[in-house]
Design a protein around this ligand. Structure first.
Ligand code: 13P
Ligand code: ZN
Length: 270
């Protein structure tokens, strides 16, 4: 059996959460990441019949039964993951219609997966319906996106259009826009269900006054999505209080659609 700490999925996960911390998106234990794995890849590193613990999830996710996930632990600091991956990360398999998670590796201090497991698993299920290639759900607390939810209308069309106007690349990276949830209690099945519903139409879901969720086919794509939206929000927070002399017009956004062969969400451009 090969050493799981050398597995490409493990190396990439550790690099990604370390980088998220370096970007200031994950203070203390803020944020959480889940990466769906193929059974054949896990089996190269672990005896998949050796279940260490069974942890109830508190929800059902029948379409994810039998699926494997590498997930950050609840209360764990992203800055520490690189030094003690086996304490701060866990590898689980969902069973019994997703109502139970079998721990196969990690959480060695007796811990368990993130308190946002419902939002992660429900979002995986929702995104897989739209794109069978989806593998990642990522949550974090980037300061400018968070700040924007205090001073900008939460209307999804207006919020998206503002971000698209802030950097030329925004519409190219997330042409479907960002969806926005009002403030809700985190760590609950309710916010999980609401997030998953929003994930049906966009890979980015803002949690007002809290943070953002991103989804994608790999860790790089998902990180890049959040990075680009956060850059847009940063520009907005730099200029929102100043007179706007220039902007990116809808005509120019249409030119970007053509040049990069993307389609802006219906009804979002004039
Ligand atoms: P966890 O430590 O349970 O992952 O929670 C962090 C967080 O960001 C809650 O929204
Ligand atoms: Zn959070």
């Amino acid at each position: 059996m090969k050493d799981i700490l050398t597995a490409p999925f493990m190396v990439e996960m550790i690099r990604t959460v370390t980088n998220m911390y370096a970007h200031g998106w994950d203070e203390r234990n803020g944020g959480n990441v889940s990466l769906m794995l193929e059974e054949k890849d896990v089996a190269e590193y672990l005896d998949i019949t050796n279940v260490l613990r069974v942890i109830p999830t508190g929800f059902a996710a029948p379409t994810l039964a039998g699926k494997y996930f590498l997930v950050t632990g609840t209360g764990k600091y992203f800055k520490n993951v690189q030094y003690a991956p086996d304490v701060n990360l866990g590898l689980v398999r969902l069973v019994e219609d997703g109502k139970m998670a079998e721990l196969l590796w990690g959480y060695t201090d007796g811990g368990q997966f993130t308190s946002e497991f419902p939002a992660h698993m429900m979002s995986h299920a929702a995104r897989l319906e739209v794109n069978p290639e989806n593998r990642v759900v990522m949550h974090c607390h980037p300061a400018n996106l968070l700040a924007m939810t205090y001073v900008h209308t939460l209307d999804e069309i207006a919020f998206t259009r503002t971000l698209w106007q802030m950097c030329t690349e925004c519409i190219v990276v997330f042409p479907e826009g960002v969806n926005v949830l009002p403030w809700m209690l985190c760590g609950t099945n309710e916010i999980g269900e609401a997030t998953a519903e929003k994930m049906k139409t966009a890979r980015l879901v803002v949690w007002s006054q809290h943070g953002i969720y991103g989804a994608g086919k790999d860790l790089d794509e998902t990180f890049g999505l959040i990075e680009t939206a956060e850059k847009g929000a940063e520009i907005y927070m730099k200029i929102a209080h100043l007179p706007r002399v220039n902007t990116i017009t809808d005509e120019q956004l249409h030119l970007l659609e053509k040049r990069f062969n993307v389609k802006a969400r219906d009804g979002y451009l004039n």
